[in-house]
Design a protein around this ligand. Sequence first.
Ligand SMILES: C[S@@+](CC[C@H](N)C(=O)[O-])C[C@H]1O[C@@H](n2cnc3c(N)ncnc32)[C@H](O)[C@@H]1O
Length: 272
Amino acid sequence: MRRGDNLEAAKAFRQALARESNIPEAHFGLAQALRPGSDYLEWLETLHLSLHPHVYLEIGVETGRSLRLAASDTYAFGIDPDCRLPPDCRLPPTTRIVSRSSQDFFADSEAVAAFPAPLDFAFIDGDHRFASVLHDFIAVEALAAPNAVIAIHDTWPLNAATAATVRNTGFYTGDCWKIVPCLRAIRPDLHLLTISTLPTGLTLVTALDPASTVLRDRYESILAAFASLPYRPEIALRLALTGNTPDALDQVMAWRATATAKSSRHRPIDRK
Ligand SMILES: C[S@@+](CC[C@H](N)C(=O)[O-])C[C@H]1O[C@@H](n2cnc3c(N)ncnc32)[C@H](O)[C@@H]1O
């Protein structure tokens, strides 16, 4: 890779993984070799700058690498039962972190009522199993402004071993990628775009409908239909993939502008 021969590097990483299927450095190296350009953190930073959200929600904080990208005048709310902020991590006073699982948080009606909805931007990066991500998406959309953007991490898998429901590898992104074919099939009203960013993609969802109950009402049957979807390389065709280029941001901002115009048309007129 230092010589700029990424294809040869990818071949070497694949050879290593053929001998031993769980080498996290080889998985990440393979992603680096094949997926050049901005990584997901650079994209999140760009999105914070472009959307300038009043309220940002993050599920899955870990060391705060993504949460700290929120501007100091954004109210940033993180949810993580096992947050590992380093001692020198300085977050602005507008940041709040709750030490709970997202399922636990969203089941607590008082905690949800105290959340300063509507949110303008959210990042789902907690439990990477499809069932959890679907649950998170439903709860986050219900708290979102119609022109909000929901980002979902790790929706463009590297290979079958790292994209399974059950974790067997150090480098693991789970089967959360199933959320993309699922939403495209069940919620054609949403706009989705999966940016082919390092290491395993970032899906952006716009045209949200916080009042929609389609996913909630059909949760069990949706799970039954999509949880068994097998990973195959051809699945990439169903992931709404787009290049890792600035055009992706232009597209999302255009969809967001349409959603803003639509929601302001439907807002009741204040006759005072
Ligand atoms: C991949 S890390 C998040 C990384 C972080 N967003 C970043 O970009 O640096 C996943 C985090 O999700 C948390 N997590 C796991 N299950 C969760 C759940 N059910 N609800 C919320 N967070 C969860 C884990 O504790 C872990 O810290």
